[in-house]
Design a protein around this ligand. Structure first.
Ligand code: CP
Ligand code: NVA
Length: 326
């Protein structure tokens, strides 16, 4: 079965051509036009799947998935996505690979490239993923590093576009830790013309290079990027309020100390009341309920967190189709 026809405003074939064979490591490497193209493709794939249509352009293709950290959404959505597209995915935990016994990431990349058509990796070090991509001869997709989570940001943007019918001009407040999820979200949102207001405690702001990149993107798109330590200021009038855990994977030892630092940044009904009355609540999940978000918010009518989780499937299918040139 074919995909439903592209929207007339879909960027030219040259965008699709330009994405073929590329890596997907950070949103800084993707143009706004490419981002828009991937979102449009994700919508077409989503519509087709909801209608029960079959589309198998990746028949005979295999995705290797390397995991150094646990995962529910990333693992399942990539595996299901490959199956729906006619291909297959291999789950490879670090400790089951020779990587866990000291084989280099570059040699792992060279070997896997002889067997599979693309590699997805969830790792601690972003630099390791960059090294993997450099040595691989097949596309490499970042499934989360300590620095970035670009697949998540694409799902976040799709969820916002579905909720409001547009992205440009929306105010997005990110409240909490300036972490991997924040990094990709801020850059992606700035590229798409959103006004991004970040509130973190002093010392937990997003990386300065991320803020700089995002501000440059916002200058081009007509959006903006601000940082404050005041969560109320960031959330005031926002169309969307986003938070994530206060201690990410690998920061377990800091978790207790962080609880005290981040307590004023909890997204609760009081903070949500400062946002626009139509505002939505976003969280990449998994959530630590009662810490960064209360049950009343995450389970409340403004929460779109499960649409967000579902959209991981659709955007990642778009990424796979685009990078594999199907
Ligand atoms: N949001 C996200 O990446 O979830 P997982 O850790 O379950 O993959
Ligand atoms: N910031 C979180 C995101 C989990 C999907 C972490 O890195 O643990």
């Amino acid at each position: 079965m074919n995909l439903p026809a592209a929207h007339p405003s879909e960027p030219a074939k040259s965008i699709a051509e330009g994405l073929k064979g590329r890596d997907f490591l950070a949103l800084a490497d993707i143009t706004a036009a490419e981002l828009a193209y991937l979102l449009d493709l994700a919508v077409r794939l989503k519509v087709l799947q909801k209608e029960g249509g079959q589309y198998a352009p990746l028949a005979g293709k295999t995705l290797a998935m390397i995991f150094e950290k646990p995962s529910t959404r990333t693992r399942v959505s990539f595996e299901v996505g490959m199956t729906q597209l006619g291909g297959q995915a291999l789950f490879l935990s670090r400790n089951d690979l020779q990587l866990g016994r000291g084989e280099t990431i570059a040699d792992t990349a060279r070997v896997l490239s002889r067997y599979v058509d693309a590699i997805m990796i969830r790792a601690y070090s972003h630099q390791q993923v960059v090294e993997l991509a450099r040595a691989a001869t097949v596309p490499v997709i970042n499934g989360l590093t300590d620095f970035a989570h670009p697949c998540q940001a694409l799902a976040d943007l799709l969820t916002l576009r579905e909720a409001f019918g547009r992205l440009e001009g929306l105010k997005l407040a990110y409240v909490g830790d300036g972490n991997n999820v924040a990094h990709s979200l801020i850059v992606g949102a700035a590229k798409m013309g959103l006004h991004v207001a970040v509130a973190t405690p002093e010392g937990y702001a997003p990386h300065p290079t991320v803020m700089e990149t995002a501000r440059e993107c916002a200058q081009v798109s007509g959006g903006s990027v601000t940082w404050t330590t005041d969560p109320v200021e960031a959330v005031s009038g926002a169309h969307a309020v986003y938070t994530d855990v206060w201690a990410s994977m690998g920061q377990e030892e800091e978790a207790e100390a962080r609880k005290a630092v981040f307590a004023p940044y909890q997204v609760n009904a009081g903070l949500m009341a400062k946002a626009d009355p139509q505002a939505v609540f976003l969280h990449c999940l998994p959530a630590h309920r009662g810490e960064e978000v209360t049950d009343e918010v995450i389970d409340g009518p403004q929460s779109v967190v499960f649409d967000q989780a579902e959209n991981r499937l659709h955007v990642q299918k778009a990424i796979l189709v685009a990078l594999l040139g199907a």
